[in-house]
Ligand binder design. Structure first.
Ligand code: ADP
Length: 548
């Protein structure tokens, strides 16, 4: 029995132990959906384009059978189960079933190189893999390099390759399990950071971290998800937990629309309109293409129900936020990392700025925004000192919080964590007096010329605001005199033209003369990483090595 008072250091305090120490586990999230919102729809567009409808209750029930089937195969507490799937109901079932049985879901990104996939499957020691049949080719490319004990195929054709078994009968023949008593400190999922350099590093999430992340993500100033929402995550479930949307929607009882592999602008727009989606989320590349499609055929898609687009993963150009607003669509920028579960900040206009001009408000929304509750931020300049929050000084952002990693799996990359418990993000920011961050670069991409910073991200954003420019990346090139100079690599829009002088003139509205890039190169397409970011390493190899 607890007594209401406890003695501590000679003082009598009222104890907190009179409250239930209820575990913050994903079990609570999924069981709530099963009990209270089982009819909430989960809509899925299959690779063949057909739309399939199920419910959250059905997925939760099937997750119990999936867990039963996995247990029969010998998967137990703490074992890692890989997935190679799209945004599809079976992936949701694995999101539910694997962690709730006490195992750990490892979402593999099919866009990675086979060597990298083999590396991360081995690093995580995945025992089994659940793979959609449309991704069997990806699995085949690294199956020789890493041997899963069990390969489970989600198949609509009924064809199952040698050495594998089908998902449907595994579920159908298994007894549904009762979930074991949850423990909030237990691991539930692992994701690998994409990393533009070096080997990927594992981030091992706890139930507690993802539950708290779900509470935060649902808040009005974050994703703003309610039971009246229909949410379409374009961001894949193999990328940083689809930004937490599957668990947040399940916790809140929002309907889900899972788009499968067809993510071209028209296909996504069709789904957004047909399913009356209210909230969607994804990286800027996707929305860039969609804006073009909307502008090419105004009125074709009825998006009157769509109230918010969460855009993040890369900087969101102001021109894009403005472009969508013209069509009555509100972009909310989010910033985060695999290491932060991933959402850590979102950008919205604070009430004090409600009366400022539309341009100032767009400017503010193009920032990465204020940290979410319980995410602490600080930034350290080149001299190792913490920078003032004056929106001028630049420094590397450090974060800590209940859904921020404290270490990588196997203890790799320990240098990213400070002795006093902060994670060093590698993002270079300015912070204003409100605590709103503005990413000016990533540490490895920073251009430092003559001892002064030049923000390649700002330069890219401004270049992308030029009417002739489709895409632009800015990289640092070595320079004898200045140490580094910026170089712009530009993709022009079809049929458009802009000379280097014209682009420099455009940039000079914001950048000092000494900051303008001497070199402007034109290419057809900017190479991207598996997660859709500019692959600056490839650009450096192409343009820097060629000239040094
Ligand atoms: P994700 O792409 O899901 O956010 P990653 O771990 O792959 O997660 O990448 C995190 C990095 O992506 C951040 O450190 C930052 O450099 C970049 N990033 C994420 N969101 C933004 C944003 N809104 N603006 C600029 N950069 C961003």
């Amino acid at each position: 029995m607890y007594t209401a008072k406890e003695e501590s250091m000679g003082e009598t305090t009222l104890t907190g132990l009179m409250m239930d120490d209820y575990p913050l586990s994903l079990t609570g999230i999924v069981e709530r959906a099963e009990l209270l919102t089982p009819e909430r729809e989960v809509v899925y567009r299959r690779p063949d384009g057909k739309v399939h409808r199920t419910t959250m209750g059905e997925c939760a029930k099937r997750a119990r059978r999936l867990a039963g089937g996995l247990a029969e195969l010998g998967i137990g507490a703490g074992d890692r189960v890989g997935t190679l799937m799209w945004n599809q109901p079976e992936h949701l079932e694995a999101y539910y079933g694997v962690p709730l049985m006490g195992a750990v879901i490892h979402t593999l990104n099919p866009r990675l190189h086979p060597d990298e996939l083999a590396f991360i499957a081995e690093d995580a020691e995945d025992k089994a893999i659940i793979v959609d049949e449309s991704l069997l080719g990806v699995l085949d490319a690294f199956r020789d390099a890493y041997n899963f004990d069990h390969v489970i195929v989600v198949s609509h054709s009924g064809e199952i390759p040698d050495g594998a078994q089908a998902y449907a009968p595994l579920i159908d023949s298994a007894d549904p399990v009762s979930w074991p008593d949850p423990d909030e400190r237990r691991a539930c999922a692992i994701c690998y950071t994409s990393g533009t350099t070096g080997r990927p590093k594992g981030v091992l999430y706890s139930h507690r971290a993802l539950v708290l992340h779900s509470f935060m993500a649902a808040l009005p100033d974050q994703m703003n998800i309610s039971a009246r929402d229909t949410v379409l995550p374009v961001v894949p479930m193999f990328h940083a937990n689809a930004w937490g949307i599957p668990y947040t929607a399940t916790m809140i009882g929002a309907a889900l629309v899972l788009p499968g592999p067809k993510l071209d602008a028209e296909s996504v727009l069709d789904l957004l309109a047909d399913e009356k989606v209210t909230l969607t989320a994804g990286v800027p590349t996707v929305w860039m293409a969609m804006l073009k499609a909307i502008e090419a055929e105004p009125g074709r898609w009825d998006l009157s129900e769509l109230h918010r687009l969460l855009v993040g993963g890369s900087a969101v150009p102001k021109s894009m936020i403005e472009g969508y607003q013209k069509h009555g669509l509100t972009i909310v920028q989010g910033w985060g990392m695999t290491e932060t579960s991933p959402l850590a900040s979102t950008s919205s206009v604070p009430p004090e700025l409600a009366d400022t001009s539309p341009d100032e408000q767009f400017e503010y929304r193009a920032r990465q925004g204020m940290p979410a509750p319980f995410v602490d931020i600080r930034a350290r300049g080149d001299d190792g000192e913490l920078i003032p929050w004056d929106d001028q000084a630049m420094g590397e952002l450090e974060v800590r919080g209940p859904w921020v990693a404290a270490a990588y799996f196997h203890g790799t990359g320990a240098e990213k964590f400070t002795d006093d418990g902060w994670f060093q993000t590698g993002d270079v920011v300015r912070i204003d007096h409100r605590g709103s961050i503005r990413i000016t670069d990533r540490t490895k991409d920073l251009v430092k010329s003559g001892g002064e910073w030049i923000s390649s991200v700002d330069m890219e954003n401004l270049l992308m605001g030029h009417p002739a420019v489709a895409e632009a990346a800015v990289i640092a090139v070595p320079d004898e005199k200045w140490d580094e100079r910026p170089m712009a690599v530009v993709v022009l829009k079809d049929g458009a033209e802009a000379s280097p002088d014209e682009l420099r003139q455009h940039l000079s509205s914001y950048f000092a003369k000494w900051q303008l890039p001497e070199r402007v190169e034109y290419i057809d397409e900017i190479p991207r990483t598996a997660t859709g970011k500019f692959k600056k390493i490839a650009l450096r190899e192409q343009f820097v090595k060629a000239t040094v």
